[in-house]
Design a protein. Structure first.
Length: 255
């Protein structure tokens, strides 16, 4: 059995799915069902036969968590679940919350700060466990405003694209495999149908199935499932002014 923690925001949590089941659960169920039928091919990658006992997925998404928020919690949550597991890994997927702005407090994080937090977190994680990084999927070109707890948030497809480009560069520098979902799904009718059924930012259940399928067909994921999880090489974090790494939440926690 492979034990994998999925860290992220509302998309990992399953926002948009009426049963609150995110794409990590869909992915894990499909892989585990295929692994228990050794005569059956993977539903994601028909050429490969699966072996082993499948995947236990820990879906650790928190709606509206930014990269800075995830950076505060990922290690403790991973240690509690993976410390004694020989076949374990981490998957990061975030970006929606980083790029939205609210009418009261403005941008959640600047592009610079988001990239800095992401690089510090992913590089640190890659020194301890195998890591994969799934980029944010596309949103509709003109997304509607989203109201949460009385606060109105505005999303931007252009900001999300810029964030995705920055994340891809960070992942390459850290030698961490990066799945560019914006590039893969930008012409997918099924994906945009799911966005239309959702709120234009978070998809309906169909969208979570679409992401699960694309991750399941990804060579880096298939290597994890079919060959085991080998420790990924780490990378060196760029030396940056320390104030760019701090957020009010981090200061309040004594960082």
């Amino acid at each position: 059995m492979k034990y994998i923690c999925f860290f992220g925001d509302g998309l990992i949590q399953g926002v948009g799915d009426r049963h609150h089941v995110g794409w990590p659960e869909h992915l894990a169920v499909s892989e585990t069902e295929a692994a228990r039928r050794p005569d059956a091919a993977s539903p994601f990658y028909p050429q490969d036969q699966l072996s082993g006992d499948g995947v236990t997925a820990y879906s650790l998404g928190v709606a509206w968590d930014t990269s800075a928020d995830i950076r505060l919690r990922w290690r403790d949550e991973a240690m509690a679940r993976l410390l004694t597991q020989p076949q374990a890994g981490l998957v990061f997927s975030f970006g929606f919350s980083d790029m939205v702005s609210s009418e009261q407090s403005g941008m959640q994080l600047s592009l610079w700060d988001s990239a800095v937090h992401a690089e510090a977190m992913v590089s640190e994680a890659a020194h301890e466990w195998p890591v994969l990084w799934v980029g944010p999927p596309p949103i509709v070109r003109q997304p509607p405003s989203i109201q949460v707890n009385g606060e109105v948030y505005h999303a931007s497809a252009a900001r999300l694209q810029a964030l995705n480009d920055a994340y891809a560069e960070v992942a390459a520098r850290c030698k961490v495999p990066y799945l560019n979902l914006i590039e893969i799904l930008q012409h997918s009718p099924r994906w945009y149908e799911a966005l239309d059924d959702g709120n234009g930012v978070f998809p309906s259940a169909q969208g979570h199935h679409v992401i699960a399928r694309e991750v399941g067909r990804w060579d880096a994921w298939r290597q994890w499932i079919d060959q085991g999880l080998d420790k990924a090489p780490g990378c060196q974090v760029k030396q940056l002014p320390p104030q760019t790494l701090l957020t009010p939440k981090m200061v309040a926690m004594g960082y």
